[in-house]
Design a protein around this ligand. Structure first.
Ligand code: PHE
Length: 457
């Protein structure tokens, strides 16, 4: 296999890279704010349901297609279809989706960079209204957030063209567990704040009366966003997998890790938010106006420790975001390199420039320039909405129909079973369960959720 295509170093490395793609701002930034907007525990239950029932089979489908074809996403769908029909369009849709996501994701990643430097400089010290004001002023500033966002995309670009994935993979082995440990420490700190219990209850005591009408689609979109599902990202990364990789097991492990980190992020944010009086439905600003309070108040007697933990946390968050932006960038770069026969460097620039322009538009739409709106939403919110709630579910829906109904089922079975060590009746039965789920459960559930959202059901 041509491992060189993406510059990945080893079998373990590519699995780590896939986990790195999944774990990112989707867990630490988006999951808490979505949970807050959708009433807490009930949303989390639906979210976990979506991961188990739709997410894992969806991941396996993308893995099967990518590893079978060993090429960029568009060509992978084409190859797997036996070169019939227009299935490469699903790959194109994924490439478009990940490009849009990179555009707005970089803005939030840029905020994390700003917070890293601000916490180093000790600028985030103050009461909760100071912290909220700080965020409002910074995010609506015309220059700074744009520069940070573009800087973030350029860092991603460097990793992609320098082929330093190897270094990133090595760093992941250390930094991912560190993120997990640090999250645990902050969870304990946050839960020990006065009045934290209300936040824990909000997270674990379902109150279905608080659930908004769009909660199902939000849970679905969040599950897919967090798993990087429906963007052809998993398909692209799977094209670098080895034939010994057990696809189902990898999907399960990545989904488990991803969910644990999301729940920990919730446990870090809500007890603190309730304690300092930040509204749980504050939207995208939620973690930025809550966390500085945790670092200050929970460590009030040991300010130095709070200072260091704050810095470490933002640094690890930046790293987690980077492993995700690399994956979004790689999807388009692999596509342009292989389909337009351009050198990798040039292809990377196409993506970097497009995403930077989009990121600038998204950042300015938050207050610096009035009127960068689509359907009444600031551009950033619109891009978030259209990708997570429409394009990702659509991508996963089409992929499921493709794998379940159009791909030669013998081929599907063979690729699914490749890498499973003990190939026996049990693995065949598991394959049949997977096949049933991609044929019926996944497409039907996504369809029903869409119909419900648009008021038809
Ligand atoms: N899953 C990533 C996160 O949780 C975001 C992402 C979406 C990455 C789509 C790649 C493709 O942060």
């Amino acid at each position: 296999m041509d491992i060189k295509r993406g510059g990945f170093a080893s079998k373990l490395g590519i699995i780590l890279a896939t986990a790195g793609s999944a774990v990112g701002l989707g867990n630490v930034w988006r999951f808490p704010y979505m949970t807050g907007e959708n009433g807490g525990a009930a949303f989390i239950l639906l979210y976990i349901g979506c991961i188990l029932l739709l997410g894992i089979p969806g991941m396996v489908s993308e893995f099967v297609i990518g590893r079978y074809a060993q090429s960029n996403a568009a060509r992978a769908y084409h190859k797997m279809s036996g070169k019939r029909g227009l299935w490469q369009l699903v790959g194109h849709l994924g490439i478009l989706t990940s490009t849009i996501i990179l555009g707005f994701y970089a803005v939030v990643a840029g905020w994390c960079l700003q917070y890293l430097f601000a916490s180093l400089a000790g600028q985030l010290n103050g009461d909760s209204s100071y912290v909220s004001e700080y965020f409002r002023n910074f995010s609506s500033n015309p220059w700074k957030p744009c520069l940070w966002a573009v800087a973030f995309i350029l860092i991603t670009h460097l990793v992609i063209v320098r082929g330093v994935q190897r270094g990133i993979e090595r760093a992941s082995k250390l930094l991912m567990p560190m993120l997990l440990v640090l999250l645990l420490v902050i969870v304990v700190a946050s839960c020990s704040l006065p009045g934290a219990m209300a936040g824990i209850e909000f997270l674990f005591k379902p109150d279905f009366s608080k659930v908004s009408h769009s909660v199902l689609l939000d849970a679905l979109g969040q599950a897919f966003f967090s798993l990087s599902l429906g963007t052809a990202c998993l398909c692209t990364y799977a094209s670098y997998f080895s034939r010994e990789t057990n696809l189902l097991k990898s999907a399960g492990q990545i989904a488990l890790l991803d969910t644990i980190i999301a729940i920990l992020a919730g446990l870090m944010i809500f007890p603190a938010a309730f304690s300092v009086g930040v509204q749980p439905d504050s939207g995208p600003s939620l973690i930025f106006i809550t966390l500085p309070n945790v670092f200050q108040q929970a460590f009030a007697t040991m300010p130095m420790i709070g200072y260091v933990i704050g810095i470490l946390f933002y640094a690890l968050l930046v790293f987690a975001a980077l492993t995700s932006t690399i994956s979004m960038h790689e999807i388009g770069t692999a596509f342009f390199t292989e389909e337009l026969h351009r050198p990798r460097k040039q292809s990377a620039w196409i993506l970097t420039i497009t995403c930077s322009l989009l990121a600038i538009g998204c950042s300015l739409s938050l207050g610096a320039v009035d009127g960068i709106k689509l359907f009444g939403k600031p551009l950033l919110d619109f891009c978030d909405f259209i990708t997570a709630q429409i394009m990702l579910p659509l991508g996963a829906f089409l992929t499921s129909l493709f794998a379940g109904w159009f791909v030669n089922q013998q081929l599907l079975k063979q690729e699914f079973l490749t890498g499973i060590r003990h190939n026996n009746n049990v693995s065949t039965a598991i394959f049949h369960a997977y096949q049933f789920s991609v044929r019926f459960i996944v497409p039907l559930c996504i369809l029903l959720i869409f119909l419900h959202q648009f008021g038809i059901l």
